[in-house]
Design a protein around this ligand. Structure first.
Ligand SMILES: [Zn+2]
Ligand SMILES: [Zn+2]
Length: 943
C-alpha cells in the first residue's frame, strides 16, 4: 500500500483526485479523519502541525519557586500530539504501508511538518521507505511531475524550522512570564513578549513617538490658474515651498498678467509593467482592495489548496524558466477573463518582467487554473482576479506616456505645468488596480501670452510621518528581516488580539507602549530587530548545513541569559513602571459622588467587572458592567461633556465592540425606567435626585429619611414614603431579574434569539416575574417567538419553581420542599388532591408534619384542608378493611385516596364513584361491600 501524507485534508483530497487520473476516489472516515483511496493508494491530510512543543511537566506553574521564568530558557521540551485522531490514523496506516510519500507544503514550515510526520511514522514502523514530493501548485502538471521524481526529506531544512520553533518558545515563554509576574498580571491580563512580536511593536511605538514629537512647520505655496482654448490649466510656482511668508507674499504681489510661455518640452516616457508577486507585493496590492494582510493570506491559501493559484508564501519575484507561461495562458482562456487573456496572448512581451529577488523554492504567485465567481464567492474571486491580472500584466507590454513640461513667466515669477497622456496603455489595459492618471494639457507655443485668471497663496504645514498601515509594516518588517513571509501577517494579528495595537493604520495602545518602553529602557536587545536578523542568518546556515540546530539554539540561549541578567537586576523597577503606568489606562475620571476619588474599571477574578471609586470603602459609589463574556471593558478616547468621564467599550475577540459610552450617562438611563415606576417620585423630583447622586432605587432606599427630606426640601413623611416605595420597587426589580435569569437558563441560546426582545414581549403581556410566568398561557410565549415544545417546557419549569417559592413563602421549610420535590410532588394542587398518607409515604415525611403542611397549602389556596386522622384511627380503619374478604394490601391506599378509611366508609360509598376514582372494578367493590356487611351484621348479632 502506498500512503501519501498531505499538509491539510483539502490538499489530500485534491492530490488523490489528480493522481487517480480519472479512477474513482473513495473517501473513508475513521474516527472523524478522512482518507482518500484509489487502487492501492491512500492519501491523508494532516492539520498543519499535529504535534506541539511544550516544556516538560512542572514548568506549567507560573508561581513555582523552583521553575522561575529564567529556568524556562534551559528547560527540556517534549512533543505532545495535538491532533490525536490524525496521529492515530497516520501510525495505523504506517504499519500497513510499503511506501510512504510526504507531500506537505514546500517551505521550511512544510518541511518541519513533514519531519514531524516522519518521526511519527518511524515510531510505528522502522523500515517502511519514506520519500518526499515537492510542488509549488496543486495542479495536475505539478503534482504528477512531483510524484514522478520524488526525493528525500530535507532534514537540514526541517532542522532550521525546529530551531526557530524552540527559540520562539524559549523567548516567548520566559519573557512573557517574567514581565507578567513583574507587573503582577495574570489570567487574561498577561503581557506577552515575543522574539518577532516585540521588535515589531517597538517600530509602531517609535513611529507614534515620532508623530507626537513632530513640530509642524508652516510653508507657503503659490499657484496660478490660466486658460487656453477654453480649458483651465493649473500651474505652480517653480519655487515649490516658500519657507518665509514674506518671500511668498512678495512673489504673490509681483505675479502680474500677462502669462508668457517661455519654454515647452515634450517627450515620451516608458512605464514598465509591474514585476511578479511575492508574498509582500501581493499583500500590499490586496491592501489597496481593502483586504487585511491576514485575510488576504487566508484566502490565498484557500485558493492554493483548491488548485486555483500557486503557493502564496514565496520570496521570489522571478519566474523560473521551467514555468510554462503559454500553457497557463491557455488554461486561463476558460476563465471569466478570456478577453484579457487573449489580448495578452496577442500582445505578449518577449520576456516576462522580473523583480529583484530570485529564489529557487517557489515561483512568484500566479494563477494555475480557471475559476468563476460562483464557485469562489465574492472575496475569494477578487483575490483570484488580482493574482490573475497581475500575472497578465507581467506578460503585457510596457505602457508609453507622452510627457509635457511648460514654463511660464508672470511679472518675473516663474510658474510651471506638467502633463501626461497615455499613448499606449500596455499593461494598464489588463491591470486596473494601479491607477494611470492622465493630465492632458492643451498645446502651448513659446512666446504666446495667456490671461492670469487667479493667483492663490496657500499657507500649509509640514505633516508628521504617517502611521504604519498593515501592508506598509509588512514591507518594513521584510526590509529589517523581521519574521518570514509566512509569519509577518500573523505577528501583526497577534499584536492586535493582545491589545498592544489598534486601528488601521496601526497605533499602539497604552499597554503596548508601556511594555515596549520599559523593555527598551532595561533590556533593549529584546526590542531591537538585530537579534532576530541574526537568527535568520543562522537559519540559513542550518539549511546550508554550515551549523547545527543545537549550536544555534545554544547561542540563542546565551543571548537570552544575557538579557535576563539585565531584566532581573531591574525587575522591581520594570514591574512598578508597568503597573503604575497601565493603571492609568483604566481610570475614567473624577468620582462624581465624592469628588476626590477616581473612578476606574475593575476586573475581579472570574468574569465580574464594574466601575468603582478609588476611595472605596469610604466612597461606595459603583456602576455595574455586564460580565466579561459580553466583552472586556476598556477605556476609549472619547469623554462625556456633561460628566467629564471617559467612555467605556466592551471588546470581544471576533465580535463587534459594544459601546457603553459615558458610564454615568449609561447608569442613569438604564435606571431611569425603574425610578419612574416609583409612584411617589414625579419627574422633577427625579432630576433633583440625580443632582444628589442618587441614581438607582437602591441608592434611594439606602438614603437616611431626615437627610433626604432636607436635601429635597420635602416633608419628612413624604421622604419616608419615598424610601418605602423605593424598597418595594427593588423587590419588584429583583423578581424581574429572577425571571430574566430564569428565561436565560431555560431557553437555549440560538442565533437570532434575543432575550431582551423576549422579555419585552412578555412584559407587554403583563408577565414580569416567575409567578406571572407560571400563570401565563403558551400563546404569550409563542408570541415571543418561542416554539410550542419549548414553551410547554418553560411553563412547566416556571410552575414548578413558582410552587416552590410559594411553599417557602407560606412557611414550609426548605428541607421538606426538597423532599416533596424529589418525590414528584411539585404543585400546590397535590396537597389538596392527594391523601396525606400518600404524601407521607412518598416523601418520607411524618404524617403529622404532612397534615400541617397540607393545612398551610390548602389555607393558601382557600380550599378545605384534609380532615385530620390520627395514626391510631388510620391503623384501626386499616385493620377493619383488611379483615374484609377479598381485600388486598394494594387496594388500601387507593381507597384512602377516595376518602375510604374504614369499613363503615366502604359501606357508605357509592360503587360507581369509587370504582372510577380508584380503578378497582365495580364487581370487586360490590363484593367487598357484601363481605363488609356480613361482618357488620355478625357484630350486631353478637351484641
Ligand atoms: Zn467616590
Ligand atoms: Zn455622561
Amino acid at each position: 500500500m502506498h500512503v501519501i501524507v498531505a499538509e491539510k485534508n483539502i490538499s489530500a483530497r485534491r492530490i488523490a483526485q489528480i493522481l487517480a487520473g480519472g479512477k474513482k476516489v473513495t473517501e473513508k472516515r475513521e474516527g472523524g479523519v478522512s482518507s482518500y483511496r484509489y487502487g492501492d493508494t491512500v492519501t491523508i491530510g494532516l492539520r498543519g502541525h499535529v504535534v506541539e512543543v511544550d516544556f516538560e511537566p512542572g514548568y506549567q506553574n507560573w508561581r513555582s519557586e523552583q521553575y522561575t521564568p529564567r529556568s524556562l530558557i534551559d528547560a527540556k521540551t517534549i512533543r505532545v500530539p495535538t491532533e490525536k485522531r490524525i496521529v492515530y490514523l497516520l501510525q495505523k496506516l504506517a504499519k500497513q504501508a510499503d511506501r510512504i510519500t510526504i507531500a506537505t507544503d514546500f517551505d521550511t514550515e512544510g518541511e518541519l511538518i513533514g519531519k514531524e510526520a516522519f518521526d511519527l511514522i518511524r515510531a510505528a514502523s522502522h523500515q517502511v521507505p519514506v520519500d518526499r514530493a515537492r510542488f509549488s501548485a496543486i495542479t495536475p502538471q505539478e503534482i504528477t511531475g512531483a510524484f514522478a521524481k520524488t526525493t528525500t526529506l530535507d532534514f537540514a531544512l526541517a532542522a532550521a524550522g525546529e530551531a526557530r520553533q524552540s527559540i520562539d518558545l524559549m523567548w516567548g515563554a520566559s519573557l512573557t512570564r517574567f514581565i507578567s509576574l513583574a507587573a503582577r498580571r495574570g489570567g487574561q491580563n498577561i503581557l506577552s513578549v515575543g522574539r518577532v512580536q516585540t521588535p515589531t511593536l517597538s517600530m509602531i511605538v517609535d513611529r507614534e513617538k515620532e508623530i507626537e514629537s513632530f513640530v509642524p512647520e508652516p510653508y507657503w505655496q503659490l499657484s496660478l490658474l490660466t486658460k487656453k482654448a477654453g480649458q483651465a490649466v493649473d500651474t505652480r510656482h517653480t519655487n515649490g515651498r516658500f519657507k518665509e511668508e514674506a518671500a511668498a507674499r512678495q512673489a504673490y504681489e509681483r505675479t502680474k498678467a500677462p502669462l508668457l510661455v517661455t519654454d515647452v518640452k515634450t517627450g515620451t516616457k516608458q512605464d514598465r509593467a509591474p514585476s511578479p508577486f511575492d508574498t509582500t507585493g501581493f499583500i500590499v496590492a490586496a491592501a489597496r482592495l481593502n483586504f487585511s494582510a491576514a485575510n488576504a493570506m487566508r484566502i490565498a491559501e484557500d485558493l492554493y489548496m483548491n488548485g486555483f493559484i500557486s503557493y502564496p508564501r514565496t520570496d521570489n519575484t522571478v519566474y523560473p524558466p521551467s514555468l510554462d507561461m503559454t500553457g497557463i495562458l491557455k488554461t486561463l482562456q476558460n476563465s471569466p477573463f478570456r478577453k484579457d487573456v487573449e489580448w495578452v496572448m496577442a500582445h505578449r512581451r518577449a520576456v516576462p518582467t522580473r523583480g529583484k529577488k530570485s529564489s529557487t523554492d517557489h515561483p512568484p504567485i500566479h494563477p494555475t487554473g480557471p475559476a468563476s465567481r460562483d464557485a469562489l464567492g465574492d472575496d475569494a474571486f477578487r483575490i483570484y482576479e488580482l493574482v490573475l491580472r497581475r500575472f497578465l500584466a507581467t506578460l503585457a507590454p510596457d505602457a508609453l506616456w507622452k510627457t509635457q513640461k511648460v514654463l511660464f513667466d508672470a511679472g518675473g515669477e516663474e510658474y510651471t505645468a506638467t502633463g501626461g497622456q497615455l499613448l499606449e496603455p500596455g499593461w494598464h489595459a489588463v491591470y486596473p488596480f494601479s491607477e494611470a492618471k492622465e493630465v492632458i494639457l492643451p498645446p502651448f507655443e513659446v512666446g504666446e501670452t495667456l490671461p492670469v485668471n487667479h493667483v492663490t497663496l496657500d499657507e500649509k504645514e509640514t505633516q508628521p510621518p504617517a502611521r504604519y498601515t498593515q501592508s506598509r509594516l509588512i514591507q518594513r518588517m521584510e526590509e529589517l528581516g523581521l519574521g518570514t513571509k509566512s509569519t509577518r501577517h500573523e505577528v501583526i494579528a497577534k499584536l492586535v488580539s493582545r491589545k498592544y495595537v489598534e486601528g488601521n493604520p496601526l497605533r499602539p495602545t497604552l499597554v503596548g507602549r508601556v511594555v515596549t518602553e520599559s523593555l527598551e529602557q532595561h533590556a533593549d536587545t529584546i526590542t531591537k530587530p538585530d537579534m532576530t536578523q541574526t537568527l535568520e542568518a543562522h537559519m540559513q546556515q542550518i539549511k546550508g548545513r554550515a551549523r547545527t540546530r543545537e549550536d544555534v539554539v545554544k547561542e540563542s540561549r546565551e543571548m537570552l541569559h544575557a538579557a535576563f541578567d539585565q531584566l532581573e537586576a531591574h525587575e522591581r523597577a520594570i514591574g512598578d513602571d508597568i503597573l503604575g503606568r497601565t493603571a492609568e489606562e483604566l481610570n475614567l475620571g473624577a468620582c462624581p459622588v465624592c469628588g476626590t476619588g477616581t473612578l476606574a474599571i475593575r476586573h475581579l477574578r472570574g468574569s465580574t467587572q464594574f466601575i468603582g471609586c478609588s476611595r472605596y470603602p469610604e466612597c461606595t459609589f459603583n456602576i455595574g458592567l455586564p460580565v466579561t463574556q459580553w466583552g472586556w471593558a476598556v477605556r476609549t478616547d472619547e469623554r462625556c461633556a456633561k460628566h467629564g468621564l471617559s467612555f467605556v467599550r466592551l471588546v470581544k475577540k471576533g465580535a463587534r465592540p459594544w459601546d457603553i459610552g459615558c458610564p454615568l450617562c449609561h447608569h442613569i438611563s438604564s435606571n431611569r425606567e425603574s425610578l419612574s415606576e416609583i409612584p411617589s417620585l414625579p419627574p422633577p423630583l427625579q432630576g433633583r435626585l440625580e443632582a444628589l447622586h442618587i441614581y438607582t432605587a437602591s441608592d434611594l432606599a439606602k438614603s437616611p429619611p431626615e437627610w433626604l427630606a432636607t436635601a429635597l426640601d420635602i416633608p419628612a413623611p413624604d421622604a419616608v414614603q419615598l424610601i418605602r416605595d423605593a424598597e418595594a420597587e427593588m423587590a419588584l426589580l429583583k423578581k424581574r431579574s429572577e425571571c430574566r435569569k430564569f428565561l436565560r437558563n431555560h431557553l437555549t441560546p440560538r442565533k437570532g434569539r434575543s432575550y431582551t426582545a423576549i422579555v419585552n414581549v412578555l412584559r407587554e403581556a403583563g408577565v414580569t416575574d416567575i409567578s406571572s410566568l407560571a400563570h401565563a398561557n403558551a400563546a404569550v410565549l409563542r408570541k415571543a417567538g418561542i416554539s410550542e415544545q419549548e414553551a410547554a417546557q418553560v411553563l412547566g419549569e416556571a410552575r414548578s419553581v413558582h410552587t416552590m417559592q410559594t411553599f417557602r413563602e407560606i412557611g414550609i421549610p426548605a428541607t421538606s420542599i426538597r423532599k416533596y420535590h424529589a418525590a414528584g410532588i411539585s404543585s400546590a394542587e397535590d396537597f389538596c388532591t392527594l391523601h396525606p398518607v400518600m404524601l407521607a409515604q412518598r416523601s418520607g415525611i411524618s404524617l403529622d408534619t404532612v397534615y400541617r403542611h397540607a393545612g398551610l397549602v390548602c389555607g393558601h389556596l382557600k380550599r378545605p384542608a384534609p380532615k385530620k386522622m390520627t395514626k391510631l384511627q388510620l391503623e384501626k380503619g386499616r385493620k377493619e378493611l383488611m379483615a374484609i374478604r377479598g381485600m388486598s394490601d394494594a387496594m388500601i391506599l387507593p381507597l384512602l385516596q377516595a376518602g375510604i378509611a374504614d369499613a363503615s366508609g366502604l359501606l357508605a360509598a357509592d360503587i360507581k364513584t369509587v370504582s372510577a376514582s380508584t380503578g378497582i372494578p365495580s364487581d370487586t367493590i360490590s363484593g367487598l361491600q357484601a363481605s363488609a356487611r356480613k361482618i357488620k351484621d355478625n357484630e350486631i348479632i353478637r351484641i
